[in-house]
Design a protein around this ligand. Sequence first.
Ligand code: FES
Length: 151
Amino acid sequence: MYQEIFKKYEPTKDNLIYILHDIQDNHPQQYITEEAVLSVSKYLNVPINHIYGVITFYGMFSMKARGKNIIRLCESPPCYLKGCDNIYRKLKEELNIKQNETTEDGLFTLELCACLGVCGNAPVMMINNDIYGDLTEEKVVKIIKDIKGEK
Ligand code: FES
């Protein structure tokens, strides 16, 4: 099942993170299954516990099914000082979910993350690969509505 992905990488431990990214990006619910961990362990000849360790260490990996749009709100100090906690509260209210949960319709997953590298536009969030900066509560509501296709 993962052969197409494995073909792209030499079976060395150095490729572990790249392979995990590839597997996660290619899963429709953007996560890494236990079955995938087993396959990677065999392919790279790396202990399963090591792979779980890597997955839990890096916030961008998930072993839980996620929504079509993954919202990652930065909670590092510059964003915090610019009020990311208000944005977080608004997102939870708007989506009716808590941290690391997915909306019932499978459209959104809400996560917190460390600095996204665009602190000059704090507070900042990322939705899939798109960055949204200078966030306000109103702006966040509009972004969510736009993605949902509501006017
Ligand atoms: S601290 Fe939030 S983007 Fe850098």
